[in-house]
Ligand binder design. Structure first.
Ligand code: URA
Length: 248
């Protein structure tokens, strides 16, 4: 929790004394109501602060999508090999970290941010944020195996996996060895272990969506771009930090 006047000056809206005057003058709303007390305590990630109807966020939060290549690890440091942060050497943003992990040999969408509260909520097992993967497999799945993956399989944990969604890519013309899988959890090696549980094997794995954010088609491996405002808002909604109806 932080004082409202400090929050607004941290957002670089004005000096501490300027923002105090604006607050006392009724120019600031907290969660839809005018707040005239500069000392009012607010939660930076859960309260909505408007200055003259404009939403205020602390500068310094940065949000990126990276198309992770194979061969780099999803960590902030590693003794032996490059981490995904090596791609961000030239940004001025501080304290970036990946939102969760992809295996070293997995490619595709990795969110990179310095917004710990958002990341924490997106990764919370309670939230069930969808992750979509394009999965290459050793052999085509039978209807029964698809049904088992969609019902939840035993991967050696206390409980079976939550039901997944499996779509065989390419329709009738495909050899059935490329599938799209949507999972709602993020257990260690989850996709590989799920396919192993139905006597198959992953030969290639790429994440193509994380919650509402989709990997941009023309983003090359190793390239990144900032998330749009809409994508950040959608992620905050998925994390339960923002109310969908407030943005319509
Ligand atoms: N499931 C896996 O097995 N590996 C990943 O990197 C992501 C999901």
């Amino acid at each position: 929790m932080v004082r409202l006047d400090k929050f607004l000056s941290d957002c670089q809206k004005g000096t501490r004394s300027q923002v105090k005057n604006w607050i006392r003058g009724g120019q600031v709303k907290v969660n839809g109501s005018i707040e005239k007390d500069p000392g009012r305590k607010i939660g930076e990630d859960c309260d909505e602060v408007l200055l003259r109807e404009e939403i205020c966020r602390k500068r310094g939060f940065a949000y990126y999508m990276l198309n992770k290549p194979a061969g780099v690890v999803s960590a902030t440091e590693d003794h032996l090999t490059d981490t995904v942060l090596a791609f961000f050497k030239d940004t001025l943003d501080r304290e970036l970290f990946p939102v969760g992990r992809l295996d070293k040999d997995t490619t595709g969408l990795l969110l990179i941010t310095n917004d710990g509260a958002l990341a924490h909520r997106l990764l919370s097992p309670k939230r069930h944020v969808d992750k979509v993967y394009e999965v290459r497999i050793r052999k085509a799945l039978t209807e029964d195996e698809i049904h088992r993956l969609e019902s939840g399989v035993d991967i050696g944990e206390e409980k079976p996996t939550m039901p997944a969604r499996v779509v065989v890519s390419g329709g009738a013309a495909s050899d059935g060895k490329v599938i799209q899988m949507t999972i709602h959890e993020g257990k260690f090696h989850q996709i590989k272990r799920m396919l192993f549980a139905v006597d198959n094997e992953v030969t290639g794995l790429k994440r193509i969506a994380f919650g509402p954010v989709k990997l941009e088609d023309n983003l090359k491996e190793g390239a990144y771009r900032e998330l749009t405002k809409e994508e950040v808002t959608a992620l905050r909604q998925a994390a339960g930090l923002e109310n969908a109806s407030e943005n319509t």
